[in-house]
Design a protein around this ligand. Structure first.
Ligand code: C5P
Length: 217
């Protein structure tokens, strides 16, 4: 059976996670937040005291990730970690371990398992290029680094967390650099992907655009 897949790839803080969740909701499709898998692996490694440069040890953790996803929650060995994996530090560590081919290999089958009827919306960096190359609709969702830093800033301030715009900009640039220039599964628009620059768009507008492209197929 041919299950429709929509891939939404893009850089950090582009809003792809929010857009993907909303599109999945509107279509009644399943959702794969692939970044969460890299974050879960990073968090496991940090907690287990595994060195982040030990590819083999980190890959082993990824292979046996005791994670489960239900009703929007994310459990790691029965502990709710939905909040914990969003920490900047976990994101930075995730970006480091995501450069290891063996870690990416370990998470491959897990990601394919999310593809179930009636359909899937998958967001990440390599959804359209590596994991679901035959997806029905591929979107590359991006925004200027300034727009992304500003969104992240407002998000943090809104949560009562202090933030510094220059630090956020530097952080995003470093993460873009790592995600774009790594040798395995670098962040790049998939062939045939629709490019959506959301620098001057609201989330609603981005969601409507993706749904519109979906109806055209
Ligand atoms: O999207 P998110 O910020 O949650 O992803 C965290 C990190 O995981 C990214 O910086 C990226 O390095 C990595 N990642 C990846 N491939 C994916 C999703 C995320 O390499 N499909």
């Amino acid at each position: 059976p041919h299950i429709p897949v929509i891939t939404i790839d893009g850089p950090t803080a582009s809003g792809k996670g929010t857009v993907a969740a909303r599109v999945a909701d509107r279509l009644g499709y399943h959702l794969l937040d692939s970044g969460a898998l890299y974050r879960l692996t990073a968090l496991s490694a940090m907690r287990a005291g595994v060195a982040l440069d030990d590819e083999q040890a980190v890959a082993q953790l990824a292979e046996h990730l005791p994670a489960s996803f239900a009703n929007g929650g994310i459990l790691l060995a029965s502990e709710e970690v939905g909040e914990a994996i969003r920490a900047e530090e976990v994101g930075n560590c995730a970006s480091k371990i995501a450069a290891f081919p063996r870690v990416r290999q370990a998470l491959y089958a897990l990601q394919l398992g999310f593809c179930k009827a009636p359909g899937l919306v998958a967001d990440g960096r390599d959804m359209g290029t590596v994991i679901f190359p035959n997806a029905r609709l591929k979107v590359f969702l991006t925004a200027s680094v300034e727009a992304r830093a500003e969104r992240r800033y407002k998000q943090l301030i809104g949560k009562g967390i202090s933030a510094n715009m220059d630090d956020l900009l530097a952080d995003l640039q470093a993460r873009d650099e790592r995600d774009t220039h790594r040798t395995v599964a670098p962040l790049v628009a998939a062939e045939g992907a629709y490019i959506l620059d959301t620098s001057d768009m609201t989330v609603d507008e981005a969601v409507e655009q993706v749904l519109h492209w979906h109806t055209l197929l």
